[in-house]
Design a protein around this ligand. Structure first.
Ligand code: KG4
Ligand code: ZN
Length: 340
């Protein structure tokens, strides 16, 4: 049965809404806060929460106008409930509860990473688990084996910084703006990826885990060797980007081999990176594995992915109580907690 879900996402610095009918996006709108946080070099939680309050009604109205759908046709209200910035999450969750209460619809709290994972289902409506998912965003980096929707086996994860966080921190060291990922990608276009060998952060006892803090320190030491006006920004950006991409590709392929995955999905903000996409595509193809990437607009935070996850939870009869409280931290493998 086709389920139509209105979804909200406000876990970090985007206020987003979408109407999704199973795997089809009927309408969506996003208000980005990049301009607000840019001057601070990162997301300021208090500012983010206040901006969500200002934006949420406008984003909702725009989404509903686009979707052209009566309330009677909406089967549920999905919202990112965890993990994220608590003040930001609270805005989306409060708005979703209000809508659920007024319109007598079930409320479906969604784990933000399950949302990212579902972005690939919106990309390829024929795709179903099992697949291996490289989930790389600003707050998380993990390699997840998905034998079935709702069943997650974490094969590897970061020991310290997330991949996106490393991009953001290195961009700051190089004097590039926020968010760091797109800025590094732009700078790297003019650079030599082999100019400076950097540590890939291997962990001998856990070969599928990631570590990016040593890499960030190595970049800082490298930067200190140059006078600020002579910093080889493009070469450092390209070398850093290449090192991160190789670390991610190598672990992903190793994981794919381990579980026998024929399909690999790469999701989250860092999966928007063109260099990572082409390296993963090439290496996976050489092993006869297929890679699915969401379009760039579905890699970074959006509500359509939350709606897709919400529809799948709703189809299983999983709804959240109206007492649902947002959580700043929650493991993906504990997502079922949102439905008790
Ligand atoms: O998934 P996302 O929008 O938000 C979180 O859930 O964290 O990811 C944001 C992260 C930021 O760290 C940003 O620098 C990174 O994704 N990012 C990129 C690119 N676009 C965004 N990293 C590398 N290359 C990109 N093109
Ligand atoms: Zn995200």
């Amino acid at each position: 049965m086709a389920l139509t879900v209105l979804a909200l996402e406000s876990s970090c610095d985007e206020t987003a809404a979408a109407v999704v009918r199973n795997r089809q996006i009927l309408g969506q709108a996003i208000a980005s806060q990049i301009g607000l946080h840019g001057p601070w070099g990162g997301v300021v939680p208090e500012l983010a929460a206040r901006e969500h309050v200002t934006a949420v009604n406008r984003v909702l109205a725009e989404t509903l106008a686009q979707a052209q759908i009566p309330w009677a046709a909406i089967d549920g209200i999905a919202v990112t409930a965890a993990p994220g910035l608590i003040g930001s999450l609270l805005v989306g969750v409060s708005a979703a509860k209000t809508l659920a209460l007024i319109h007598h619809k079930p409320l479906i709290g969604v784990h933000h990473l399950e949302g990212h994972l579902c972005s690939v289902l919106l990309t390829d409506p024929q795709l179903d688990p099992p697949f291996l998912c490289l989930l790389v965003s600003g707050g998380h980096s993990s390699l997840v084996w998905v034998p079935a929707f709702g069943t997650y086996q974490i094969l590897g994860q970061t020991r310290d910084d997330a991949a996106g966080e490393a991009f953001d921190k290195v961009a700051r060291l190089l004097g590039l703006g926020y968010p760091g990922g797109p800025a590094i990608e732009r700078a790297a276009r003019e650079g030599n990826p082999y100019a400076y060998p950097l540590p890939p952060g291997r962990i001998a006892e856990a070969p599928l885990d990631f570590s990016f803090s040593g890499l960030k320190t190595a970049v800082r030491r490298l930067c200190e060797k140059f006078p600020p006006e002579a910093l080889p920004v493009a070469d450092i950006a390209a070398s850093f980007q290449h090192t991160v991409a190789e670390a991610l590709v190598q672990r992903t392929l190793r994981g794919a081999e381990q579980v026998g995955a024929t399909t690999i999905a790469a999701v989250g903000g860092v999966a928007a990176n063109t260099h990572l996409r082409s390296r993963l595509q090439a290496e996976a193809a050489a092993q006869g594995r297929r890679v699915v990437f969401p379009p760039l607009s579905l890699c970074t935070d959006n509500a359509a992915m939350i709606g897709c996850a919400g529809a799948l939870r709703l189809a299983r009869g999983q709804i959240s109580p109206l007492s649902l409280a947002p959580l700043s931290r929650l493991n993906l493998t504990d997502s079922d907690q949102l439905y008790r």
